[in-house]
Design a protein around this ligand. Sequence first.
Ligand code: 5AD
Ligand code: SF4
Length: 451
Amino acid sequence: MDKKNKKVYIETYGCQMNFSDSEIVASVVTSNNFTIAGSPQEADVIFLNTCSIREHAEKRVINRLRELQHLRAKKPGLLMGVLGCMAGRLKEALLEDEKLGMRIDMVVGPDAYRQLPRLLKDAETGGKAIDVILSAEETYADIGPVRYGAGGVSAFISIMRGCENFCAYCVVPFTRGKERSRNPDSVLSEARQLFDEGYREVTLLGQNVNSYRWQDEHAGSILDFSDLLEMVAGINSRLRVRFATSHPKDISDKLIHTIAKHPNICRSIHLPVQSGSTEVLKRMKRKYTRAQYLSRIQAVKKLLPDCALSTDVIAGYCGETEDEHRETRSLMKEVAFDFAYMFKYSERPGTIAAKLFDDDVPDDVKTRRLKEIIDLQQEISLLSNRRDEGSTCEVLVEGRSKRSEDKMMGRNSRNKVVVFQGKDSKPGDYVWVKITGCTSATLMGTIVDQP
Ligand code: 5AD
Ligand code: SF4
């Protein structure tokens, strides 16, 4: 088949890592004569880059695949592929057309994207194309991502892949395999190139970004995450650097000092706590106690008093009692996170929790506990935003505000969304904004001169 003009549509679900992977996929296919389609209707190939973290995420993808099947009637030869975390986990199920009630032509895991040109050829000849093998080495270091969805201001750079922490509830070590770090030279040259193209913010990504570790073959020296962060921050003081996601066990004093030393490393740390109860943390195999977590938070607050903190929390984990749930709420109040992602526990087949524990918190109790922590966090976030009123902060402009066309939006170093009057500012500009109002999710203000 002539590949010219064939169009690939990529729809991405899940974490930032998946969005970053979709840019690798775009790069691989566009280097092989495909172009990127703006909608599934225009596409000859539809890829869903999928997430397995909770059952709900997987159900959404299956529903979406069903919904897209009608396009086959209009376009014979249309190919549909499942990429990402669901590919390896559900390979067999995805290939059983009759049971599934639809046809999936390609199933490609997160370490197999280099194989896409060959797999596309196989699928075009009518066969099913499958590669879900996980690798201990693949980092896609030499593949320049195609930033097809980005606004030209902020970009992701993936610096390591995989996870070997085996938290009891988590499917990631099974879907993404062994931890491996990417060559620092390739990270630096990607960041430099982005800056030269006009980008003003990079987010260094990894499932456990602060376990980054690179051993130089010749010098034998070891580079850790703080070293890499410092090198990226050194590219230009006008390039903001963020990172996600960190494990509390790896937030070293060295890392906090490195952030403190560089004003362009953003004052915002995402540190998933999952639960405020030491007993629950033990059942989750998180490798820290409530007290140890709080002591890392104290270290951050002491050395970086202006740093925003955000977290992830799971409600209704196996065996969670009312007292343990109360401990989570008390920890959330004590830390006063600026922001939190909160989830109901969802048992994932094959994980340690699924093997060892009963998923015994009834769904209505999970729902109630989740609502309680969401309500609590909303109050805390509103208080945090209220404290910012009257202050002035530097904002990196990202574009027009979605809610009000005449306003612009951007983020401050603390990762807070700021909406402001200021039509003359352009994406990529740094502006100073005086905060005059807020909701629990957004700060509002007006442009002022640099103080
Ligand atoms: N159920 C609910 N939430 C989960 N997470 C990970 N696994 C599960 C699960 N089985 C949450 C954690 C993690 C975030 C990315 O997703 O809070 O930090
Ligand atoms: Fe979802 Fe985790 Fe896979 Fe990201 S790594 S897509 S969060 S299962």
